[in-house]
Design a protein around this ligand. Sequence first.
Ligand SMILES: Cc1cc2nc3c(=O)[nH]c(=O)nc-3n(C[C@H](O)[C@H](O)[C@H](O)COP(=O)(O)O)c2cc1C
Length: 174
Amino acid sequence: MEYNEVVNTRRSIRKYIDKEVDDSLIEEIIKSAMKSPSAHNLQPWKVKIIKGNVKDQVAHLLLEKSKTSEDPSLVATANTILNANVLLLIFYEPLSKMRDFDVLSIGSFIEHICLKATDLGLGSLWIANTNCISSEISSVVHVPFECISTVALGYKEFLPKERPRKEYEEVVIQ
Ligand SMILES: Cc1cc2nc3c(=O)[nH]c(=O)nc-3n(C[C@H](O)[C@H](O)[C@H](O)COP(=O)(O)O)c2cc1C
């Protein structure tokens, strides 16, 4: 796909069709994201690919958490995770003492994931709602790092309308 088409057609996808994402595509997406810039080139990211029962276990942990949370979006996000074919768990490997730098680096890594997924005809959803069950996720998959975000992947049911954006004049300070 041409660059502008990727940028202009990327959306947060919350409804997926029942179609398996080939492992080779997941690998291609992660290898593309590994090209992301990172502060001091530390590349402080680790990824665990989960599907099926393990993925659904994460969704159920989130549904459990929603019972004691004020945030109504947890249930919707849990349902998206159930509906998606793949969930990427993005972990933070603390290689420096500069957490703020590393978090920015991981944000760049995740955006690369979402753009490459779009390029390959897949939908994605960047999820931070799973951060409230971060330690539970680490236990489920036996990974000794903090799960800082997750990304749902799958074939989209439809392309949602673009969400509104601020005006250029609002963004650029005169
Ligand atoms: C850091 C971050 C966290 C997000 N977390 C969630 C989430 O937990 N659940 C969800 O449904 N969407 C989540 N989103 C998606 C945003 O709601 C979405 O990007 C925004 O509404 C703009 O829509 P678009 O991505 O389709 O352009 C997140 C996006 C970002 C960048």
